[in-house]
Design a protein around this ligand. Structure first.
Ligand SMILES: O=c1ccn([C@@H]2O[C@H](COP(=O)(O)OP(=O)(O)O[C@H]3O[C@H](CO)[C@@H](O)[C@H](O)[C@H]3O)[C@@H](O)[C@H]2O)c(=O)[nH]1
Length: 441
């Protein structure tokens, strides 16, 4: 008897750590639904499919021909160019070569080029948003912001009033809009990138979001967009599934032994994520000196390139007080009882991992959606404080405020339950099942 082939779902993440990890987790959940998920990633990302137990199909992003073999050297605009010009025809060939069984494509909205390919090939397509619904709503409201004179035709803020999307939700400053990164030309290009991505999403039937039910609950209009896309929160994915070896870089496990020797709740963990992370040499040096002055134990994720900002002899001086690593086993570090506080850039995955691990947050958002996430952490959920700089006073003041807030533990516990508790998890998994049933019909 001929064995029935499993249904295939192709998943297309944006090629950055904070995007590939949640997509691999989603793929892993699909396996439990009897689906064969195939993740499409550019070949500079080295993830062994055997390690993660998911089919990975590598395609070229064209930049390897320019001699780039790793993620360094591939900036946002180089990746955009290859996503628009080089990767589409390869994906089209892959899809057309499949004999049968493709159920749909799940496409990260930052990789919106793949939506067009799915439409061209007549395959169902769902969007995947790896961050907060609030950020999606903010970016999706570009036409209204233009209409209301909040931003110019090129995305430039036209006044200084804080931006609040709906009553009771946190505010952000106009200069913190997600596309305002880099010099004026870069900002305009990023604004165009988002405008195009949002236009492409208007054809989507479903949008799967890596957030928790309650974020979408407060506001009834949150569950559909103005273009009738059905919004389904299926996250936070880090709580539903664990994937080992999904890091682009090797984890330095030595910090775990070091952590075992530290006093409970004493260690400050510092990481600014993987993508738009660099904070600049001057800030690196300032943070390094402030950390030393606090005399508090710390683990700091700092890539080798950024260590150039450190004073000569610094690493030797702090060798007993702290650990500097290139890449940490972040979830294990956050779950360790030695860690009391996490100084973070407020990337969405890191935020969710911190809540899952019940850690207090000190926020230093750098770019993109991080200001929105920070606004929720500080203003709405009140599970962290924001610091404006890396001077000794900023750091000590922030640490005092965050560690001496008696109500914070309770608020973190509540948010932890709201995001990772049984009710939340069941709802997220129900949403995934609903989506798969409708797409398989
Ligand atoms: O030493 C480290 C540092 C980070 N991580 C992991 O790397 C991921 C980082 O993700 P995230 O916190 O979301 O940061 P970025 O990689 O910077 O993510 C990009 O993508 C996110 C999702 O769209 C956005 O929220 C961010 O602003 C954007 O910078 C997390 O899972 C961390 O556990 C490690 O494993 N080891």
């Amino acid at each position: 008897m001929k064995c029935k082939k499993k249904s295939k779902v192709f998943l297309v993440p944006y090629p950055a750590q904070g995007h590939v990890t949640p997509m691999l987790k989603l793929a892993s959940l699909l396996v439990n639904h009897g689906i064969n998920p195939i993740v499409i990633i550019p070949n500079f990302i080295k993830i062994d499919s055997k390690d993660v137990n998911i089919s990975i199909m590598s395609i070229s992003d064209g930049l390897d021909q320019d001699g780039l073999t790793t993620s360094s050297g591939r900036d946002f605009f180089a990746i955009e160019k290859s996503m628009e010009n080089y990767m589409p025809c390869q994906l089209e060939t892959i899809i057309r070569d499949q004999e049968d069984g493709i159920v749909c494509l799940i496409v990260d909205l930052l990789a919106s080029w793949a939506i067009e390919i799915a439409n061209k090939c007549g395959v169902h397509v769902a969007g995947f948003w790896p961050a907060m619904l609030a950020t999606y709503k903010l970016i999706n409201s570009i036409p209204e912001m233009l209409h209301d004179g909040i931003i110019s035709e090129t995305g430039c803020p036209l006044h200084n009033d804080s931006i609040c999307q709906s009553f009771g939700q946190p505010t952000i400053r106009p200069q913190d809009l997600p596309w305002l990164i880099g010099n004026p030309n870069a900002r305009i290009s990023r604004f165009k990138f988002w405008t195009r991505a949002m236009e492409r999403t208007r054809t989507l039937e479903w949008l799967l979001i890596n957030t928790f039910q309650d974020e979408c609950h407060n506001n009834k209009d949150q569950n559909t967009t103005n273009f009738d896309t059905k919004i389904l929160p299926i996250g936070p994915l880090n709580t539903h599934v664990t994937i080992k070896n999904s890091s682009f870089w090797e984890e330095d496990l030595s910090c775990m032994n070091w952590l075992d020797k530290q006093v409970v709740n004493s260690v400050l963990y510092i990481s600014f994520g993987s993508w738009v992370s660099p904070i600049g040499e001057a800030k690196v040096n300032s943070l390094a000196l402030a950390l030393e002055a606090t005399k508090r134990p710390f683990i700091w994720v700092l890539g080798p390139l950024w260590r150039q900002g450190l004073q000569k002899g610094y690493l030797e001086r702090i060798s007993k007080q702290g650990k500097i690593v290139s890449w940490a086993p972040q979830m294990d570090v956050l779950q360790h009882e030695g860690v009391g506080c996490y100084l973070t850039h407020c990337g969405w995955n890191s935020t969710m991992e911190a809540i899952q691990s019940k850690k207090r947050l000190m926020c230093y958002p750098v770019a993109g959606d991080q200001f929105v996430n920070c606004a929720y952490i500080v203003q709405k959920w009140r599970i962290g404080v924001m610091i404006d700089g890396f001077g000794v006073k900023d750091l000590e003041g922030g640490l005092r405020k965050v560690m001496e807030d008696d109500g914070m533990s309770e608020r973190i516990d509540r948010l932890n339950e709201m995001t990772t508790g049984k009710v939340a998890s069941c709802k997220a998994m129900d949403n995934l099942t609903t989506f798969l049933s409708s797409v398989r019909m």
